[in-house]
Design a protein around this ligand. Structure first.
Ligand SMILES: Nc1ncnc2c1ncn2[C@@H]1O[C@H](COP(=O)(O)OP(=O)(O)O)[C@@H](O)[C@H]1O
Ligand SMILES: [Mg+2]
Length: 231
C-alpha cells in the first residue's frame, strides 16, 4: 500500500523523509526558545493553506496579532486565509485543551468540522503536559489527544519547548506515542550560534542519520542536507 504523504512546507525536508509527514500522523517539533518551532509549525500550516487545505493553529503562548505581524515577514498572510474561511488561529489555555479531552472534542472539534481542517498545530505541548503530574497521567492525556487528532483526520504538529541539547526533555510518554520527532537546534560553538535540524524518529520512513544545517530566511525555514553540523 502506498502511504499518503503530506508536504511539510520546510524547504529541502520532504525529499529526506519519503515525501513528507505521513498523512494523519502526529509529529513533535522540539527545540529551545528561539530555535524556530513556531515558524516551522506556521510554515507547515501555510503550505496547506496555499493549496486550499484548511488548517487550525492552537497556541497557549502567543498573541494572535503579534503572530500575524511576525509571520507577514515571511510573506505569510494568515489574516487573508482566515478571511477565506480556511484558517483558524485559537489562543487557548492548557486547561481549555484539557477540557477538550474530557469532552471528547468540544469546540475545537466543531471548528475542525466547520473549516474541514486537514492540518493542525498545537504550540506548545509543553505547557499542556505540565497540567499532568506524573508520567502515567501524562501518557493517558497524550493518548487521548492522539486519538482525537486521529479521529479528526488531521496531520498534526505539536511543538515542544526543550532547552537542553543532549537530553531532550520531551516527556517520555509523548516520545513513545508520536509518529515523528524533529529536533531543531540553535547551538553556540566558539561564540557563534548555528541552526540545525535532526529527524529523530519518523514511523514507516527511512530517515537521514545526520544533523543538517538549517537557515531562517525571508521565506521561512530552509535546510541544506549537504551540510552536516558537528556539535
Ligand atoms: N524574518 C526573520 N528572518 C530571519 N530569522 C528570523 C525572522 N523572524 C524570526 N527569526 C528568528 O526566529 C526566531 C524565533 O523563531 P520562533 O519560531 O518564534 O522560535 P520558537 O517558537 O522556537 O521559540 C527569532 O529568535 C529569530 O532568530
Ligand atoms: Mg514559539
Amino acid at each position: 500500500m502506498v502511504i499518503k504523504r503530506v508536504s511539510t512546507g520546510i524547504a529541502g525536508l520532504d525529499p529526506l523523509i519519503s515525501g513528507g509527514f505521513k498523512a494523519n500522523s502526529v509529529n513533535l517539533v522540539g527545540g529551545g526558545a528561539g530555535s524556530g518551532k513556531s515558524i516551522f509549525a506556521t510554515q507547515f500550516i501555510v503550505e496547506g493553506l496555499k493549496k486550499n487545505e484548511p488548517g487550525i493553529y492552537i497556541t497557549f503562548e502567543e498573541k494572535k496579532e503579534k503572530v500575524y505581524e511576525d509571520m507577514l515577514q515571511f510573506g505569510w498572510d494568515l489574516k487573508k486565509y482566515e478571511d477565506k474561511g480556511i484558517f483558524v488561529f485559537l489562543e487557548y489555555s492548557p486547561e481549555q485543551v484539557k477540557k477538550i479531552l474530557t469532552e471528547g472534542g468540544g469546540i475545537v472539534e466543531s471548528i475542525i468540522e466547520k473549516i474541514k481542517a486537514k492540518r493542525l498545530v498545537i504550540d506548545s505541548i509543553t505547557s499542556f503536559s505540565l497540567l499532568y503530574e506524573d508520567e502515567l497521567t501524562k501518557k493517558e492525556a497524550a493518548l487521548a489527544l492522539f486519538e482525537l487528532i486521529d479521529k479528526w483526520n488531521c496531520t498534526g504538529i505539536l511543538t515542544s519547548e526543550d532547552e537542553s541539547r543532549d537530553s531532550h526533555t520531551i516527556t517520555a510518554a509523548m516520545e513513545f506515542e508520536v509518529d515523528g520527532i524533529v529536533l531543531i537546534y540553535h547551538v553556540k560553538k566558539k561564540g557563534v550560534r548555528h541552526r540545525a535540524m535532526e529527524i529523530l524518529k519518523m514511523r514507516g520512513t527511512k530517515i537521514p542519520e545526520k544533523t543538517i544545517s538549517m537557515e531562517i530566511t525571508s521565506k521561512g525555514i530552509k535546510i541544506n542536507p549537504k551540510k552536516i553540523i558537528e556539535f
